[in-house]
Design a protein around this ligand. Structure first.
Ligand SMILES: Nc1ncnc2c1ncn2[C@@H]1O[C@H](COP(=O)(O)OP(=O)(O)OP(=O)(O)O)[C@@H](O)[C@H]1O
Ligand SMILES: [Ca+2]
Length: 898
């Protein structure tokens, strides 16, 4: 890249300036950020919102006319109208033109709606930023940033705008999406030499929007936003790339093509026979083309897309954000959910509730939040609390008036007040820290009270880990004593006793001296244990029961100990029959081959003492068995497993940007139960798609057969082209669409997960289509033949036939709302359906009774008695289907009771 092409970009302009220059040029402040609200508003008015959007000012009118010449069938129809006109058949010409216009408009509106709902999807996961303004730091939407803003980012974050760094601690950034460079780039605040920085990858003092923080943390001043960023310019190039279609959309496209082919063959035959019989070729041509328009489900792919997109929006309301449409389909097939324990199954609200020191033997102290325990404060208890206080990263937020940070850490500082102890971190200096990580499972610090030579080490974490670091323990008198094998065993035993209520267990140790950076401490003295409670979320047990009923295997994955995990699992109703088979420890996974894990995993419900890396082996083992796996995760290290899983789920509150991006679905409330709602929705959407498919196919088959049969029987055509086009609107338009938004029936969870190979077009579905089509055809022909007994064909005859068919179709739509349940038990819940069918019926009445429309559709007014008669005949399709449903339900009950 040359400097000329980038000379205007802020990142080139600022990369060689000093921090002070940047601060003064952008009139901002290194500690407070921007302070003047009017100034911020002004900047936004100049630089715009920090977002990358397409300017979508396509001309709607042009687009509308594009649909005319985009569809050869519509062109043929318009052509035939012109021919009619030339041949002096003005009425026909006008009628066909108006009908075509209506068809195209309905199609256009649907397509437009589908685009709008797809657009809405891209706004579901907004980018966030940590912003300091006026000295206050908050998490805000990245879109509100303006040049001059002071932003912070750390491991796992996406950089929210182009920024000039003013602080960089171990900062390494993955710029692969911008430059293709796979290795993280180390950043610094030093300005570049004037003549350097021509290439984006050289600009070490800049962090670019959309790149990913891999290590350390940093602070920067925003210099470029939105399209004015390096990423913004790449985005312009990318924006034309089309989104890939979902498997369902693909199979619908294929189905559409197949159906078109069949219809063309049948219509060709009809046309041929008609002409051989000596009918007018223009008539036959117009009928055939309208029939082709009607029989071809051109609305099918659009309806599928809209159904999926609306489903996603509905799920978002239930706090599950699905990021890609294909995931909706996969959700219905999920048969294993691997869930984190902390924060997903539990509330992540931790309270210290038990305490044990070696001097208590097999007793322990129960901590009650509401009472003071200062009377019980012995020297060894004080030591435990002190370690928990000093080896702690929770900090007090004056803004929120409470401690913030790691929930375990918070529980430990909050416990101090029960013993009327103060937070003593202010009186000490920390020399170094070995931070807690899910892999290390403990945290250690070196700290002193002003005299470095009297430094001490404080450590807390999982019992086994802390015991490994210790060779003595602190006894009753406050003196240290050697840790024997028996002591170690007893401590582990006591930790299991404390864990009986599902408490998370923390061990504490301290020692003299210090430890080197990056080296584990050793020779510590074990001080005691604490049990920390984190109650399950209230709705979790219900959700688990429903999932199990729906054939979904729930697996808990936790970094906590086996006993903690088992007790929590029992309390939320996970079936643990045989602990030796149902529980597996992370370490064991490391020793097993992929095949062996696959074998063993079908009985496992709990993985304890795992680190995030184990999740990949777990997903692989499950997928090897053919399972469709949903996996939750929130950390940077969870990303590979989230990507690998069929449905990666990340947490909206706790999750890092990396996890959210790797995931297919984000739970905005972090709650396990939300996964159940999403699976329910996913399953329901699939059935809805089957339902409107049934409706469309049966109408299409009925329309084709009706014309074919009457041609074979040498009857005059029962429907004219305009009427056929009208029917097309019903079957491809709103009534069909409304079947896609049928509210999801709770009962879907009683059906097993769908196999991935399952076709959407099942034999049962086809049978139902053919059955309904037959009823419609025979009913309509019966009505037609009854009308033309007098051997002259009048517009009354076709009006009766036409209305009969339309009524049939509406009753058919009604019964297609569900394929097992009676409509009487469903009620009139689907208001979109009620509206669509209600309006269709009204429109049908207008077509029969309004003079102007009568001329176009060649209809005439029917009597009340006629309408009643038609309703009676056409409702047969509904009653017969209800009877079949009843029979099916009866059979199922019978089978399940045997
Ligand atoms: N802040 C902390 N400092 C020291 N040790 C901790 C801390 N938090 C947890 N531990 C210890 O590490 C163990 C594992 O915790 P970890 O955070 O890895 O579990 P997790 O994977 O987050 O939990 P889950 O998988 O249930 O969501 C705990 O049992 C506890 O002993
Ligand atoms: Ca059609």
């Amino acid at each position: 890249m040359t400097s000329t092409s980038r000379s205007s970009t802020p990142s080139l302009q600022y990369c060689s300036k000093t921090v002070d220059d940047v601060v003064s040029e952008l009139t901002t402040d290194l500690s407070k950020g921007l302070t003047n609200t009017a100034d911020i508003t002004y900047r936004r008015s100049i630089y715009g919102i920090n977002e990358l959007t397409h300017d979508d000012d396509e001309n709607l009118v042009l687009k509308f006319f594009a649909t005319f010449y985009g569809d050869p069938l519509i062109l043929l129809l318009v052509g035939s109208a012109v021919i009619s006109f030339v041949m002096g058949n003005i009425d026909d010409a006008i009628s066909i033109t108006v009908a075509v216009f209506i068809v195209v408009t309905v199609g256009f509106v649907q397509e437009y709606r589908s685009e709008k709902s797809l657009d809405a999807l891209t706004k579901l996961v907004p980018a966030e930023a940590h912003l300091t303004r006026n000295g206050l730091t908050e998490t805000v939407l990245a879109s509100m940033l303006v040049p001059g803003d002071l932003v912070h980012f750390s491991v796992g974050d996406r950089v929210p705008a182009d920024v000039r760094l003013v602080e960089a601690v171990h900062l390494a950034i993955d710029e692969s999406n911008l430059t293709g460079e796979l290795n993280p780039v180390h950043k610094s605040v030093e300005p570049l030499d004037e003549n350097k920085g021509n290439s984006i990858s050289d600009r070490a003092s800049i962090a670019f929007m959309g790149t990913l923080v891999r290590d350390g943390h940093g602070t920067g001043i925003v210099i470029g936003t939105g399209h004015n960023t390096a990423f913004g310019q790449v985005f312009e190039m990318l924006s034309d790339i089309e989104k890939p279609k979902t498997p369902l959309q693909h199979s619908m496209d294929k189905l559409g093509k197949d159906l078109s082919l069949y219809s063309f063959v049948i219509i060709g035959i009809i046309c041929l026979i008609g002409v051989i019989q000596g009918r007018s070729w223009l008539d036959m041509f117009q009928i055939s083309v309208s029939l082709a328009v009607a029989a071809i489900p051109e609305g099918l792919p659009i309806i599928v897309t809209v159904t999926l997109a609306l489903g996603v929006l509905r799920m978002a309301k239930k706090r599950a954000i699905v990021k890609r449409l294909p995931s909706v389909e996969t959700l219905g097939s999920v048969n294993v959910i691997c869930s984190d324990k902390t924060g997903t199954l539990t509330q992540n609200h931790m309270t210290a509730s038990k305490l044990w020191t070696p001097s208590m033997n097999d007793n322990y102290l129960i901590l009650d939040k509401n009472s003071t325990h200062s009377g019980e404060l012995t020297a060894d208890i004080r030591t435990v609390l002190e370690v928990g206080n000093i080896c702690n990263n929770a900090r007090f937020s004056t803004e929120k008036d409470k401690f913030v940070g790691n929930p375990t850490d918070i529980a430990l500082v909050e416990a101090l007040s029960q013993f009327q102890l103060e937070d003593i971190r202010g009186t000490r200096q920390r020399l170094n820290e070995l931070p807690f990580s899910s892999t290390r499972k403990y945290m250690a610090v070196t700290s002193h009270q002003g005299d470095i030579s009297k430094s001490e080490v404080f450590a807390k974490g999982a019992v086994e880990r802390i015991l490994k670091l210790s060779n003595t323990f602190i006894n009753q008198n406050g003196t240290t004593q050697k840790l024997t094998e028996e002591n170690r065993k007893f401590i582990i035993e006591m930790s299991n006793v404390l864990a009986l209520d599902g408490l998370r267990i923390l061990a504490f140790a301290k020692g003299k001296g210090s430890f080197e950076d990056g080296v584990e401490p050793s020779g510590l003295s074990f001080c005691g244990l604490m049990g920390i409670s984190d109650p399950p979320r209230p709705s979790v047990s219900k959700s688990i029961a429903k999932l199990i009923k729906g054939g979904v295997h729930v697996i808990m994955i936790t970094g906590d100990s086996e006993s903690t995990a088992v007790n929590i699992a029992k309390s939320i109703g996970m079936p643990i029959n045989d602990v030796s088979k149902s529980v597996m420890i992370g370490e064991k996974l490391d020793q097993m081959s992929e095949e062996a894990i696959s074998e063993a995993i079908q009985f496992v419900s709990i993985f304890a003492r795992t680190s995030p890396e184990h999740k990949v082996s777990i997903v692989k083992a499950l997928q090897r068995r053919g399972d469709i796996v949903a996996m939750t995760g929130d950390g940077v290290n969870d990303a590979p497993a989230l990507k690998l899983a069929d449905i990666g789920i990340s947490m909206g509150n706790m999750g890092t940007d990396v996890a959210k991006e790797a995931a297919d679905m984000v739970l905005t409330d972090d709650d396990f139960s939300t996964i159940l709602s999403a699976i329910q929705e996913g399953k329901g959407i699939f059935y809805n798609i089957q339902n409107f498919l049934t409706f469309q196919l049966s109408t299409s088959i009925a329309a084709l057969s009706l014309i074919a049969i009457s041609t074979f029987l040498k009857l005059p055509n029962p429907l004219n082209p305009m009427q056929i086009l009208w029917i097309n609107i019903l079957m491809d338009g709103p009534p069909a669409q409304s079947l896609g938004v049928e509210p999801v029936d709770e009962e879907v969870m009683n059906r097993p997960p769908r196999s991935r190979q399952d076709k959407i077009l099942t034999l049962a579905l086809l049978k139902r289509c053919v059955r309904s089509a037959l009823i419609i055809v025979f009913g309509t022909i019966f009505c037609y033949v009854r009308e033309i007994k007098d051997n002259v064909i009048t517009s009354r005859d076709t009006t009766m036939t036409f209305t009969c068919f339309v009524f049939f179709d509406m009753f058919n739509a009604l019964t297609c709302r569900n394929n097992t349940k009676s409509i009487f038990s469903l009620g009139l819940e689907n208001s979109f359906f009620n509206l669509a069918v209600g309006c269709s019926l009204l429109a049908q009445m207008a077509v029969i009774y309004v003079g102007f429309l009568q001329r176009i559709f060649q209809t005439e007014a029917l009597s009340f008695h006629d309408i009643l008669f038609l309703l009676c005949i056409s409702s047969s399709v509904f009653w017969i289907d209800e009877a079949f449903k009843y029979y099916k339900r009866y059979n199922m009950q019978f089978q399940s009771s045997v």
